[in-house]
Design a protein around this ligand. Sequence first.
Ligand SMILES: Cc1cc2nc3c(=O)[nH]c(=O)nc-3n(C[C@H](O)[C@H](O)[C@H](O)COP(=O)(O)OP(=O)(O)OC[C@H]3O[C@@H](n4cnc5c(N)ncnc54)[C@H](O)[C@@H]3O)c2cc1C
Length: 416
Amino acid sequence: MAGQTRYVIIGASAAGMAAAEAIRAIDKSGPVTVYSDESDPPYFRPLIPFLISGKKSAADMAMVGHGPYRGTGIDVRLKSKVAGIDARMRTVSLKSGEEVAFDRLLLATGSSPYVPPEIDGTGQEGVFTLRTLSDARSAAGRAEKSRRAIMLGGGILNLKASFALLERGLKVTLIVQSPQVLSQLMEPDDASLIRDALNKAGLEIETGVSARRILSGSNGVNGVLLDDGREIACEMVCIGKGVRPNAAFVDSENIRVDRGIVVDQFTASGAESIYAAGDVAVTVDPVTGGRIVTALWTNAVEMGRCAGFNMAGKPTAYGGTFGILNATQVAGVSFVSMGIVHTSGLDYETHVHESRGAYRKLVFSPDGERLLGVLLLGDISRAGLYRFVIREKMPVAKIKSQIINHALHYGHFIRT
Ligand SMILES: Cc1cc2nc3c(=O)[nH]c(=O)nc-3n(C[C@H](O)[C@H](O)[C@H](O)COP(=O)(O)OP(=O)(O)OC[C@H]3O[C@@H](n4cnc5c(N)ncnc54)[C@H](O)[C@@H]3O)c2cc1C
């Protein structure tokens, strides 16, 4: 052990496990210990709705042994919540009372569902948020005894959960405060493909209303009172109102917390030898230059890998984050939304192409010289190429017609 670097990672998910593997790729012997407050071994979190639909088991979602996750020489400690860190003494304290020393520390604690305090009754039996495998098991158990579910929030997680419940045969009603579903990822005119698919799948959608109170009886939830005065009966409620970074346990004058943990381009927090990655980290949006917290698996993996390399002594800059949803499907419609896609009333150069089963929106800067955002529905081919053009801030003059005609390929990059 003498002379070896001790690596400690808090959080055994996308960012934490990618970092652990990256460290191991460089440092073959320094002990890598990953603490998780969950009781399940690391798993692919985006798959948990399939546990509700019954399409996958927990074992099907395991990370270790799949893709790049070998787990060799990585010590994952489950049911081990970290209660605090001492940046000066370089120790973390576990809830159990144990103190652990580190030479390099990664904060990869992710995010937690936001439960709006203005909705009464969210603590009732039968009310769920969907974040962990354990949440999915509880929701699946309740679904067995339920005929109708009400979903509060029209974001991607609730849509995935809605479909899982529809597939189990429940009647499902989505309550959305904004005028459409997925409002953070697309504008109303862009959403018709998704809207049609949702309707066809039998999902009931109520827009422009919100829940005031969750009603309950002796068996837990039995309905929801809306702010327009209507009551809808149901046996279970899922709240999908976004997430917040798990940064509250960080109490150090050298670590800047502003929503999440603010890091530099090398994923370093202000405190020496302490890094952050994934949903908990605040990074830079390469399109706007502003600070951003994204809640996406692919970004967490990429950032975690950079953090791991940096921790093991190989300086690796992280290119920044903008919202990209990789190959996500809603009601059988694949879509990708990245960069700036909300353009109504703004001065961007926008190109929309609609065909049977596919929709494409390309957003260029007002002078037309840069690609700033892309929305692809139905046909998500070339998403990676668009991502590259946006992220590298490439001048597009020589490839613009190929972008507009969806004919871009790798050869164009070699030529330009
Ligand atoms: C249902 C669902 C579907 C999703 N679908 C998609 C999708 O299609 N595409 C996509 O890109 N993203 C999707 N996401 C988002 C994606 O899962 C997250 O962005 C990703 O998991 C973030 O990874 P992370 O490692 O930063 O944090 P997390 O995955 O949140 O993991 C953090 C871990 O740290 C643990 N932890 C927190 N605090 C402590 C502590 N003090 N001590 C010990 N352990 C702690 C947490 O319990 C958790 O296990 C989905 C998420 C959900 C819930």
